[in-house]
Design a protein. Structure first.
Length: 289
């Protein structure tokens, strides 16, 4: 079942540590989303992402393999340290889903399905995927898209005002947020945002010590997955075609990729601690388990 289609379950507690977000928090979030980008500081951005992450985890649980969760978090956090926003409270979650899916939320939340990880031939491919999603966060792509959707929503500000002055149940706020987030994640980001995330993500993965061709390899594999394949999820369908992304990387980076070497250890090796760490990766981050 597609994660986005199943949105509407109870608020997840894996990140928030609570059973649900109170109506007041939802009201505050609606108000935040109708502010100008200049008024949404980092603390507010993180709160928006936290509530969105809770909604996502309410729809699809985290994978139960704690070793895998630790590994992906260490890998993702190491890559994020090389980004333009290393100080965000980066959180990486492996979702218990067999589809090919990865997406991010504002404030440092990144999700990847177990199915997409299993599709990766080696660690550099997973690093490329995570670097792509990290770039969406650092560039505030989803935050801008969510805010634009909120501003375009008929009566959004009026609804927030009504909630503040009446006893409307918190479920109404939650439904409003679900509708808003579903619109953004089903529509997808702009092609320019996706291309930017590919280009910057490749460089970011290389900066973290991984083979820059990891993401290229993933795109080459996804190029063969047709929309009628059950593993081809809605999120993948909203991205530009894999071939278009490959063409863009070739045009924008050309032979630059050839000068960026890096690790191509297998994920199994890394989980077992038998693979050498990328050349510029701290020894303390070498073992995932």
């Amino acid at each position: 079942m597609n994660i986005l289609n199943s949105l509407g379950g109870g608020l997840g507690s894996a990140i928030t540590g609570s059973k649900a977000a109170p109506a007041a928090q939802g009201d505050d979030l609606i108000s935040l989303l109708t502010q100008s980008m200049e008024n949404i500081d980092e603390a507010k951005e993180i709160e928006i992402g936290r509530q969105l992450a809770a909604l996502l985890l309410g729809a699809k649980p985290a994978h139960p393999d704690t070793s895998l969760q630790r590994y992906v978090n260490r890998l993702g956090r190491w890559i994020s340290l090389q980004s333009s926003r290393p100080g965000l409270p980066w959180t990486f979650v492996v979702l218990d889903d067999s589809g090919y899916n990865a997406f991010a939320a504002p404030g440092g939340y990144v999700f990847v399905t177990k199915g997409l990880i299993d599709r990766c031939a080696d660690e550099s491919e997973l690093a490329g995927i995570l670097a792509h999603e990290i770039t969406h966060v650092t560039s505030k792509h989803h935050l801008q898209a969510i805010r634009q959707s909120a501003m375009a929503g008929v009566g959004t500000q009026l609804l927030a005002s009504q909630i503040r002055t009446s006893n409307i149940a918190g479920q109404l706020v939650k439904d409003q947020l679900l509708s808003l987030f579903r619109t953004v994640y089903t529509k997808g980001l702009s092609q320019s945002d996706e291309f930017e995330a590919d280009r910057t993500g490749v460089s970011l993965a290389a900066k973290a010590g991984f083979d820059p061709y990891g993401l290229v390899s993933v795109l080459q594999q996804l190029r063969t997955v047709t929309p009628d394949n059950p593993m081809f999820t809605l999120t993948m369908s909203t991205h530009p075609a894999a071939q278009a992304r490959l063409d863009y990387l070739e045009q924008s980076m050309g032979r630059q990729l050839d000068g960026l070497g890096g690790s191509r250890a297998s994920i199994a090796q890394r989980l077992g601690g038998s693979a050498p760490a990328p050349s510029n990766r701290p020894a303390a981050a070498k073992k995932a388990g």
